[in-house]
Write a protein that binds this ligand. Structure first.
Ligand SMILES: Nc1nc2c(ncn2[C@@H]2O[C@H](COP(=O)(O)OP(=O)(O)OP(=O)(O)O)[C@@H](O)[C@H]2O)c(=O)[nH]1
Ligand SMILES: [Mg+2]
Length: 403
């Protein structure tokens, strides 16, 4: 029955693709099983999504104070060269990095070289470019968003290097032929920022503790989040990648468990839901072995709504987990009846039952969203608009440098 439904969705997708003249493949690619075995080392690394950094740009080089004395001309005049400019500290969004582990807490730019005699100018320092994941939000110390690096290659100058000082040759005028003044190089800017990775995956898994989110991520990707039969085993988000036949890679994030009252900061709170903000779709993981699992779904949606109402409009797949357990049979039927308009996919993450259907469904939604051009830019624009309305301008901030 489920595969019939999938086929009908696929049909709609293909026709809509033809209508919109989309150039990519119209067949749904199958998910590939990872060929490489998971490592046996116990070094699972969580996802570092927030980091406070200090950025100190380089100082400018000092200008030289010098007078040339050649063998043929003992008073050949001032010849002090200018100092070089200090290097900026720049954040650049890059597809190649996924989190902020590699970003040191203090980022120092290089200093410019000092000026020399014989009118030799010092070298400008090269800029320190720090790669950050695409989708990084940069906040200043007042917690205002000053940059949203939501496209590959986008840069934000976090701290500008000091200008190089002028040498005494620069100050020569018709009436002032032997200036004994030279400038010191300017000091580089020094700011504190909070880097926050807002988009870590295409799909976010939401569910109550123990629903089997980590088990599912382990089953469909090479990620190795800890699995245990007690709540809040996962306290940091984990990201796994699913590879498809058409070389598309879909990232799925295991977000730490949400409980009733998370929006009132109970449990781990709803801080992790910010990752779901830019997800293409959401996987609502329900433990069908529990009594009245449909209640769980209601509570999950309520918490989501409390966090941000717009999140409820994202495509959702209801993943009914633990169907291998006897208690789930009756519950699954009722759950499907209660939500006839939603896609309920029964799986067993532990035993790998029906995972292929789930992965196919993920790909369909992923392709659909790409076709609609529902990319991260929309949210970035909304954020900028919101900031402008509330006066927390990305541009109008005096303290922090502009993009
Ligand atoms: N029988 C059965 N057990 C499952 C299944 N999926 C998960 N479990 C078990 O449920 C328990 C919790 O699984 P986790 O994957 O750690 O759950 P979680 O949602 O990540 O929990 P938190 O990290 O605490 O939020 C583990 O003991 C799993 O073995 C399943 O499909 N069938
Ligand atoms: Mg977990």
């Amino acid at each position: 029955m489920l595969s019939d439904r999938l086929r009908s969705i696929l049909g709609i997708l293909i026709t809509s693709n033809l209508r919109h003249n989309v150039k990519y493949s119209t067949t749904v690619a199958k998910a590939l099983r990872p060929k490489k075995r998971k490592s046996i080392r116990d070094n699972t690394r969580g996802f570092l999504d927030v980091k406070v950094v200090r950025t100190c740009a380089g100082n400018g080089g000092n200008g030289a104070l010098s007078f040339l004395s050649a063998w043929s001309n003992a008073r050949a005049g001032p010849d002090g060269g200018d100092g070089g400019h200090g290097g900026h500290v720049i954040f650049q969004a890059t597809d190649g990095v996924r989190d902020l582990h590699h970003v040191p807490s203090v980022l120092r730019g290089d200093n410019g070289e000092k000026g020399y005699n014989r009118d030799c100018n010092g070298r400008n320092a090269s800029h320190t470019i720090v790669p950050v994941p695409v989708g990084t939000l940069v906040r200043n110390k007042e917690d205002k968003i000053v940059a949203d690096l939501n496209e590959d290659g986008l840069m934000f100058v976090a701290a500008r290097g000091g200008a190089g000082g002028k040498g005494n040759h620069f100050f020569v005028t018709d009436t002032f032929q032997a200036p004994k003044i030279a400038e010191y190089g300017g000091e580089g800017e020094d700011y504190k920022y909070i880097l926050e990775v807002a988009s870590i995956a295409h799909f976010g898994m939401l569910g109550f503790p123990n629903a089997g989110k980590s088990t599912l991520l382990q089953a469909i990707s090479r990620a190795k989040p800890k699995i245990a039969p007690y709540p809040f085993t996962t306290v940091q988000p984990h990201v796994g990648i699913i590879e498809y036949e058409d070389f598309e890679q879909v990232a799925v994030a295991d977000l730490p468990g949400i409980i009733e009252g998370s929006h009132q900061n109970q449990g781990l709170g709803i801080q992790f839901l910010r990752h779901a903000r830019r997800c293409t779709g959401l996987l609502m993981i329900i433990d069908t072995a529990l009594p009245e699992p449909w209640d769980t779904l209601k509570k999950l949606r309520y918490e989501l709504e409390k966090f941000d109402e717009r999140m409820c409009e994202k495509p959702q797949i209801i993943v009914a987990n633990k169907v291998d357990m006897a208690e789930s049979k009756e519950n699954l039927k009722i759950l499907m009846d209660k939500y006839p308009d939603n896609q309920v996919i029964p799986i067993s993450a532990k035993y790998g039952t029906n995972l292929a259907d789930l992965l196919l469904q993920l790909k369909i939604i992923y392709d659909q969203q790409r076709a609609q051009g529902d990319d991260q830019r929309c949210l970035a624009q909304e954020l900028v608009q919101e900031n402008c309305e509330t006066g927390e301008g990305i541009e109008g901030d005096d303290e922090s440098p502009k993009i």
